[in-house]
Design a protein around this ligand. Structure first.
Ligand SMILES: Nc1ncnc2c1ncn2[C@@H]1O[C@H](COP(=O)(O)OP(=O)(O)OP(=O)(O)O)[C@@H](O)[C@H]1O
Ligand SMILES: [Mg+2]
Length: 459
């Protein structure tokens, strides 16, 4: 009730009281005279003033607070929990106003908490790395999160309110839901789905939703993307298959030639020598394969354990240059080195020497006789740049990224002739990445290749 109405009511009461007093005056006054009349009039005026004060007091202490409380209660009913009533420091109505204010404050806190909990729950749900779907005991979808929509496409309106088997066609999902309902236990299954042209693997886990009195109220389905795990698993399987294959080839030929030598007693010395040479070559290959594999696993395990020192490039490269010169001259290759003097940086000297040698041996191996190979070492403010170039056979476009994979060889037969295991560049890449560096390659078929290694000076 607004102030104007309240004042009106107040005046109405005064008017009524005044009328009663005037009426009493009109009736009593003619019956009196002289001093008596004055006394009656005086008593009436005093009585009126006292009543006036009483009415004012009643209004201030009872009517006004009660009306204010009604207003606040109405506001609370409407949902405005900010409403508070004015509390006079005395009077019984104070208790009522106080109680209403406490109620309003509690309601306000409860709604704030509820809102916070609601938004926290929403944030958690929508930022989960897994897709989520909640279905009730009749199979109707009640809730899905953002990840689920990313996985399965469409919008929430296309799922919520529908039966799960109408919106999800995969039979494995149906089975997981049915078994979750049947056994009231967590059930899992695997599904595949093509998203943006890429095959994804998902694990679907169904968990029953059971209330306090152990009634089944529905189920939560969680869709977990296990594509990366699958990929690692595939890679491991590939790796084991590749290693077995790589080991099998030299072992088979060593065994074959050894058996022939043992069986064929009449074989002349020339043949014997030829066979023994093959056995020696194959066992060397086997040895280098095992060596490289051990090296790779060592690097992978101890990736962060580099023994870093200050490397003075001129001195550090000396022994490698001798080895490279020897190998290059065997194939009559022209070896050009452009090494900027006085470069120094922090790194693991032995491991980085392995990088230079691996790249240089590749340049030598994959360049025809009379070709040229180059080694350049340069620096800028932040990094040391090592470039290995050749005028060799080149690397086809589609193979350029794959050459850093274990066992990948562009031309298997040719690489095997050079004694290659296909692990060299995988090792190189690991070492460079452990130094937080990068390796890139440019190449043109039949013209040559150029590998560029960049290693940050401070890391
Ligand atoms: N400079 C190059 N020119 C042309 N092809 C190259 C060059 N360097 C590497 N390749 C290609 O990349 C493949 C992988 O090289 P990587 O050094 O990893 O193995 P590899 O040389 O075959 O054996 P190894 O482990 O003994 O070094 C090679 O088999 C070859 O096909
Ligand atoms: Mg190599």
């Amino acid at each position: 009730m607004d102030a104007k109405k309240r004042i009106n009511l107040f005046y109405r009461y005064i008017l009524m009281t005044a009328s009663v007093f005037i009426l009493i005056g009109i009736v009593i006054l003619p019956l009196t005279s002289g001093e008596e009349q004055f006394f009656v009039l005086f008593s009436l005026i005093i009585g009126f003033i006292i009543l006036l004060i009483l009415i004012y007091h009643m209004f201030e202490n009872y009517v006004r607070p009660i009306r204010a409380s009604i207003n606040v209660t109405n506001e609370l009913v409407k949902g405005n929990y900010n409403a508070r009533t004015y509390v006079k420091p005395h009077g019984e109505a104070q208790q009522l106003s106080n109680a209403i204010n406490v109620l309003a404050r509690n309601l306000q806190e409860m709604t704030i908490q509820e809102k916070m909990q609601g938004s926290q729950w929403k944030t958690v749900m929508n930022n989960m790395e897994s897709g989520l779907m909640l279905i009730d005991e009749r199979g109707y979808v009640h809730l899905i999160n953002r990840k689920f929509m990313q996985m399965f496409g469409k919008k929430s309106v296309d799922y919520i309110g529908f039966l799960y088997y109408d919106v999800l066609q995969d039979k494995t999902i149906h089975k997981v839901v049915q078994e979750t309902f049947l056994y009231e236990e967590k059930m899992t299954g695997n599904i595949t789905k093509t998203i943006n042209g890429e095959k994804h693997y998902f694990e679907v886990a169904g968990a029953p939703v059971i209330n306090d009195v152990r009634d089944l109220k529905g189920a939560v389905l969680v869709f977990h993307d296990i594509t990366d795990l699958k990929r690692v698993e595939e890679m491991r399987k590939d790796f084991v298959a590749n290693v077995s294959h790589e080991l099998k080839t030299p072992i088979t030929s060593i065994r074959g030639f050894a058996e022939t030598l043992l069986e064929d007693e009449k074989a002349d010395d020339a043949i014997k020598e030829q066979f023994l040479t093959i056995i020696l070559k194959e066992s060397t290959r086997l040895q280098s394969l095992v060596h490289d594999l051990l090296e790779l696993s060592k690097i992978e395990k101890e990736e962060m354990k580099l023994s870093t020192k200050l490397i003075e490039v001129d001195e550090w490269l000396q022994s490698s240059l001798t080895l490279i010169e020897q190998q290059a001259s065997k194939k009559s290759l022209e070896f050009t080195k452009e090494i900027k003097p006085n470069i120094s940086f922090h790194g693991d000297p032995d491991r980085l020497q392995q990088v230079v040698l691996n790249l240089m041996y590749n340049a030598i191996n994959y360049t025809a006789e009379e070709g040229s190979i180059f080694l350049r070492v340069d620096e800028n403010d932040h990094e040391v740049i090592i470039e290995v170039e050749d005028t060799g056979i080149g690397i086809p476009d589609e193979a350029r990224q794959r050459i850093f994979e274990r066992f990948y060889r562009v031309d298997r037969a040719r690489s095997r002739n050079t004694g290659g295991t296909g692990l060299g560049l995988a090792i190189v890449k690991h070492i460079i990445e452990a130094h937080q560096g990068t390796i890139t390659v440019t190449s043109e078929m039949g013209k040559g290749s150029c590998f560029t290694v960049k290693i940050p000076k401070k890391w």
